[in-house]
Design a protein around this ligand. Structure first.
Ligand code: ADP
Ligand code: ASP
Ligand code: MG
Length: 405
């Protein structure tokens, strides 16, 4: 008998019929002798609708009330799933984040989980119930509702699996697993059987939204074996796990893209020590993640500082940066949202040379201009014009021979 945490994403619980499918699958697993904790997201499209409502009121909604609003989608689905399981003769109980004390920090909209109280869950499991937990939400020390960032139900699931010492964590979604690139963009993308935590982390952080970044970080930290699979069929999925020899022999594992970044350029910044700190310290204090940074000489004594942030943080970042730019005497602040980040990822980069060169040549052949570059040991990312995203992903996927012929 095993303790399994299963997480079902928005499309998997998008209608009553789909929730019934989830209930059937869960009860079947319980009948084969397993203890089941089930994490669900809001119904497909619901969180987007709630976010749009908040933005309809004000461009930068206040964090506490924003979280009260956008966390409600998951309250609907835990209730519906528990009711459905009961209607099928099963035993189930639903919990919201605060009821099982998914304790987080106070960073509304992108809170981090600190601890989970597993007592109540174990108690209910002992009574033979399926425990259904709302994804995406938690509570801070002050009792305020928090949310974990878009895609955060994945993180709820992995955190629960770690806290409960579950035997495994299964993420059910609308594709069969993790692919060499987004299968909805490149139909001949190939499903990857096994991928290392490290590669998955890079794929997630460069836009492969199939798993939220923090869920992968946490799975790696607590060694939670993670399986991504489809909620609509029984096909074997992708195992996200510790790296092995076979993984390292792949030169490139995947290509990802992210259209949700924005570029900010601070022009003609006086070139003095401490200036970068003046710009980036207040940005990071506002819990905004700066991704790429490039600094280059503009004219004598000044430099241009260009960086990217998530588009959702653009307005707030601009408010901060414009103020600092004025203080330090920079000439102007420019922004652009029609950019995309395209990345190639692979453990094999540690031992194979020439991957960057091949990437740049491939893009050049299509006349795609590279605006910014960043690299890690196993990843190369470029910023390009957004309109070439799909073309860039396709040609890189082909150039590295990732497709299924
Ligand atoms: P859920 O609602 O189940 O959490 P998401 O929409 O968050 O589902 O994530 C699944 C989607 O991730 C897929 O439909 C697919 O379009 C996208 N995706 C992007 N990159 C990849 C990839 N490399 N492998 C699989 N899916 C990917
Ligand atoms: N419902 C939340 C979202 O859409 C969390 C999730 O689906 O993982 O971002
Ligand atoms: Mg998701």
């Amino acid at each position: 008998m095993a303790l399994i945490v299963k997480k079902f994403g928005g499309t998997s619980v998008g209608t009553l019929e789909k929730i019934r499918n989830v209930a059937d699958r869960v009860l079947e697993a319980q009948r084969s002798g397993h203890d089941l904790v089930v994490v669900v997201s809001a119904m497909a499209g619901e969180t987007n609708r709630l976010v749009a409502l908040a933005k309809g009121v004000t461009e930068i909604p206040e964090g506490r009330e924003y979280d009260v609003l956008v966390s409600t989608g998951e309250q609907v689905t835990v209730g519906l799933l528990a009711l459905t399981i009961q209607s099928l003769g099963g035993k189930a109980i639903s919990f919201l984040g605060h009821q099982v004390k998914i304790l987080t920090d106070e960073a509304h909209g992108k809170a981090r989980i600190r601890s989970i109280d597993d007592h109540r869950i174990h108690e209910e499991l002992r009574l033979g119930k399926v425990v259904v937990v709302a994804g995406f939400q938690g509570v801070d020390e002050g009792g305020n509702v928090t949310t974990l960032g878009r895609g955060g139900s994945d993180t709820t699931a992995v955190a629960l699996a770690a806290a409960l010492k579950a035997d495994r964590c299964e993420i059910y979604t609308d594709v069969d697993g993790v692919y060499t690139t987004d299968p909805n963009m490149v139909p001949h993308a190939k499903k990857i059987d096994r991928v290392s935590f490290e590669e998955m982390l890079e794929m997630a952080s460069t836009g492969a939204k199939v798993l939220q970044i923090r869920s992968v970080e946490m799975a790696a930290k607590f060694q939670v074996p993670l399986e991504v699979r489809s909620s609509f069929n029984e096909n074997p999925g992708t195992l996200v796990t510790m790296e092995d020899k076979q993984m390292e022999s792949r030169m490139v594992t995947g290509v990802s893209y992210d259209r949700n970044e924005a570029k900010i350029a601070v022009r003609e910044v006086p070139d003095r020590p401490g200036i970068a700190g003046k710009i980036f310290t207040p940005v990071s204090q506002a819990s905004i993640n700066v991704d790429m940074i490039v600094q280059n000489v503009s004219k004598a004594g000044t430099t241009d500082l260009t960086f990217t942030v998530p588009q959702s943080d653009l307005t707030q970042t601009l408010n901060i940066v414009k103020k600092v730019a004025k203080e330090i005497g920079a000439k102007e602040v420019e922004t652009s949202t029609d950019i995309a980040k395209v990345s190639v990822i692979g453990l094999g980069m540690r031992s194979h040379a020439g991957i960057a060169a091949k990437m740049f040549e491939t893009l050049a052949r299509e006349n795609i201009n590279v605006q910014m570059i960043s690299t890690s040991e196993i990843k190369i990312s470029v910023i390009i014009d957004e309109k070439y995203t799909e073309l860039a992903v396709r040609v890189l996927h082909d150039a590295f021979e990732l497709g299924s012929a």
